[in-house]
Design a protein around this ligand. Structure first.
Ligand SMILES: Cc1cc2nc3c(=O)[nH]c(=O)nc-3n(C[C@H](O)[C@H](O)[C@H](O)COP(=O)(O)OP(=O)(O)OC[C@H]3O[C@@H](n4cnc5c(N)ncnc54)[C@H](O)[C@@H]3O)c2cc1C
Length: 476
């Protein structure tokens, strides 16, 4: 970016909120994915007016703008593959209102999920998406990716608990979407299109979030299984038999080993475990749910089932689950955990089969692939783990990802149930959505005619991302 542009941006947000030295640009060139690219400049607005001015300038000069929260995205969502302005929104981090009687709160986009929940606790409310990254994930990023997590099986994903928002469009206009009410009708629900749009349609500068009364009680159970397929069947049957867990997580032995190695948690060394939780206001109703889930696990060959209301024990297990992704990179010396295949969702009856297929495809292609995730919502996570310094291993990993997504689509599943598309998963997702890509392109064109907002993502992402983008690893 030329001197004039830099000065213009400094004039908008102040020199202290503009970064253009190489070290900073490098840091802002990657997220939790395998991709990287250098931005031209980083700006950190703190007000809506500043966001509007940046967008007006960028639109007039046709400069790409990539909105960014904490960049914990796993597939290259925030990687600026065309350079341009990375807009760091973490400085807009005020909780504007908490209105328990109206059951909503209003926040700026840079508020961190855990911080919001800490602020809601004294009011006996919570905001439920709870991605495993809640310690760093911003509300803007959760909206951008339609994040979901540990409790989505009962309370839904981000899209289910956002009532409205204010958005700065590509041309700098500020619009208000949705409402403050629990129901609204008529007109196109554009706020819902914004959720999961990965920063391609507008900059969310304020969000109205539906908050939920905090349950008085939570009970956590662990069931062991000798086969991951049995654990998958248990998940299917818990959901289809009308139980109402507030958490239903599966973890295979790869995940268990990684977490034990990294955190010394002492999780049982079995083929798979299910972590299940019920919550509520009355102990009898929580006990009833827990007993129901326990029985279904036992009917599906679950054994040694333990259940506890103990807060310390629960927080020890939640920590293990939340740090599973990070732990996987320590599973074995010399391998790195990648998100080439990541967070597909399958119909409820296919969880066991999908878990089996992940391990089978890993064997066929000489890579390691874990099975875990918020399976109660149908989301099965995997990671493809391999030696990223070897070119031939990338070929193995890409073949494994292709085979897995072909399987997922063949059973009516979807490419991403949780983390979003970014760059790595775009070829598979574009295949899945082939007949609606042009409608998405028309929406993008209507809202961002100059294609400056996070360009080359989602429907416009390159099909051959391995050669079209720069990877963070050098493979020979
Ligand atoms: C260890 C780990 C665990 C994870 N666990 C989960 C999980 O359980 N569930 C889950 O869903 N995800 C998970 N993720 C993925 C990721 O953390 C979530 O998607 C999270 O919501 C992203 O938040 P962020 O602030 O880092 O957003 P970013 O990564 O910065 O941005 C996400 C997307 O939103 C866009 N964006 C950001 N802010 C705005 C804004 N204000 N307006 C418009 N667009 C915006 C960006 O351009 C990008 O496309 C995990 C990631 C890691 C590294």
């Amino acid at each position: 970016m030329g001197l004039v542009g830099i000065e213009r941006l400094k004039g908008i947000v102040g020199a202290e909120n503009v970064k253009d030295n190489k070290a900073d640009l490098y840091v802002y060139g990657s997220d939790a994915s395998v991709h990287e690219a250098m931005p031209s400049i980083v700006v950190k607005p703190t007000t809506i007016e500043e966001v509007q001015s940046i967008m007006r300038y960028a639109n007039s000069e046709l400069i790409p703008v990539i909105p960014r929260g904490s960049a914990s995205s796993t597939s290259g969502h925030t990687v600026p593959i065309d350079g341009g302005i990375v807009m760091d929104l973490k400085g807009m981090n005020k909780i504007l209102e908490i209105r328990p009687q109206d059951i909503y709160c209003k926040v700026e986009p840079g508020v961190i999920d855990d911080d919001l929940n800490r602020a809601l606790k004294p009011y006996n409310f919570f905001w439920p998406p709870a991605p495993a990254s809640s310690r760093i994930a911003t509300i803007g990023g959760e909206i951008g990716a339609n994040a979901s997590g540990l409790r989505s099986v009962k309370y839904g994903a981000t899209r289910d608990v956002v009532l409205g928002m204010r958005v700065v469009l590509a041309n700098g206009d500020l619009i208000t979407l949705g409402s403050n009410t629990r129901v609204t009708t008529a007109g196109y629900p554009i706020e819902r299109i914004m959720i999961g749009s990965e920063g391609t349609l507008g900059i969310v500068v304020e969000a109205t979030l539906k908050i939920i009364p905090l349950p008085k009680l939570r009970c956590l159970g662990i069931a062991k299984f000798n086969k991951v397929e049995d654990a998958g069947n248990a998940v299917t049957n818990v959901i289809s038999n009308g139980a109402s867990p507030s958490m239903l997580e599966l973890m295979d032995n790869i995940g268990i080993t990684a977490v034990n190695k990294n955190l010394n948690l002492g999780l049982p060394d079995v083929a798979a475990i299910i972590l299940f939780e019920a919550d509520g206001m009355i102990k009898e109703s929580v006990d009833y749910e827990m007993e129901k889930i326990k029985n279904i696990c036992e009917e599906n060959k679950g054994f040694d089932i333990e259940m506890s209301y103990d807060v310390k024990e629960r927080s020890r297990i939640y920590t293990g689950r939340k740090k599973l992704f990070a732990s996987l990179s320590r599973y074995k010396e010399g391998i790195i955990c990648t998100d080439l295949a990541d967070d597909m969702a399958v119909p409820n009856s296919k969880i066991s089969e999908c878990a089996y297929m992940i391990h089978e495809i890993a064997k066929r292609n000489n890579v390691i692939m874990s099975v875990y995730g918020h399976c109660g919502s149908g989301v099965i996570h995997t990671k493809i783990m391999f030696d990223v310094t070897k070119k031939s291993h990338w070929d193995d990993a890409n073949r494994a990802a292709t085979q897995l997504y072909d399987y997922v689509h063949s059973v009516g599943g979807t490419t991403s149930g949780e983390h979003g598309i970014g760059l790595s998963k775009a070829p598979f997702w574009k295949k899945e959505k082939a007949d609606s890509l042009n409608v998405m392109r028309a929406i993008k064109k209507a809202l961002d005619p100059n294609n400056i907002l996070n360009p080359h993502k989602l429907q416009d992402a390159p099909d051959d991302w391995v050669t079209a983008t720069k990877l963070r690893y050098i493979a020979k």
